[in-house]
Design a protein around this ligand. Sequence first.
Ligand SMILES: Nc1ncnc2c1ncn2[C@@H]1O[C@H](COP(=O)(O)OP(=O)(O)O)[C@@H](O)[C@H]1O
Ligand SMILES: [Mg+2]
Length: 347
Amino acid sequence: MGVNQPLESEFLLASADHRLVDEVLAVAAAVAVEPVVVSDASQAATRWSAAGTVLVGEDLAADVTALSLPAGPTVHLVGSDPARLSAWSMPLRASVIELPAGAAWLTGILAGGEGAGLCPVVSVVGASGGVGASTLAAGLAYRATRSGTSTVLVDADPLGGGIDLLLGAERVGGWRWDRFARAEGQMGDLRPVLPSVDGLSLLSMGRRSSAQLAREPVSAVIGSLRRTYDLVVIDPGRSQLPGSLECGRLATASVLVVACSVRAVAAAQQALGGWAGVPPHVVARRRRGTGVGPGDLADRLRTPVAGVLPEDPDLVAAAERGDPPGRSLRRRRGWGRACAELLGVLV
Ligand SMILES: Nc1ncnc2c1ncn2[C@@H]1O[C@H](COP(=O)(O)OP(=O)(O)O)[C@@H](O)[C@H]1O
Ligand SMILES: [Mg+2]
């Protein structure tokens, strides 16, 4: 089925795993799409540049990676083995669709664009406090904006002090979450009312201690942002409050930042144990003087590490100045580079 489709078909599925092919084709059939199916990497190569979107089955991830095919199509890695999916996501520069959990997202992609006109939502969570999750969320969002992706950074951490502060935007006029407390249903374009820094839009908690997010406004606001931006990056914080949990549910990809220390690994084990939905990409945050490295972390968590964030004192100084993370760092080195590479994996 689908093998004899014309070359111009927008979707290419590369897999020799019949079960996986059937699973993807069933989702595709529901939205009346027929991907071209190829069963080895060399056939994928011949049809690669004609495809708008390529779904690479986890069984062919290594073979397709080995061919170093040119950038162009949007690549998603599909399969059901979380460890294998995260291991090949970075080399293939592909986002991961784990089936069956990710079937809804796959439906959206096949129905036309990311989630039928809805952009991806990346959520960044720290396995323990103070590991740099908010800094990374801001860095990813800032970096994406710099490379031309229309991005909004959403702070949903009621105890984080307001992410606008981290970006030096606490005095920039515009709406914070308190203005959306009663939001529901379908909303219009929020871009004109949100504060922005160097083109990056911000939806911040602000500093009212009573502020709490309910599920309904979070879902209405993020739904609207997904229709108007190309990328939504969320910093949900570590609370189990309804609004923060809703952010986790809406994420199409998540990052779990784990510090390289014994206690942080224990906390990450707990976080991964209770994780709902598609498993996160684990990112290791180096810590001086702990003797735990990213390799140990991967071993102990039995999951690949999707990126390593070095310790960078300049980030602390930049945050104190309200200089967005990544604005004054060298892009090709250290934390800035790790951030850029991670962005390539996530979107
Ligand atoms: N890679 C890093 N190296 C050194 N300091 C960092 C790094 N990332 C974040 N920080 C600093 O650590 C502190 C906590 O960062 P933050 O992003 O608020 O963590 P979290 O959101 O996980 O609680 C801040 O002072 C921040 O500037
Ligand atoms: Mg934080």
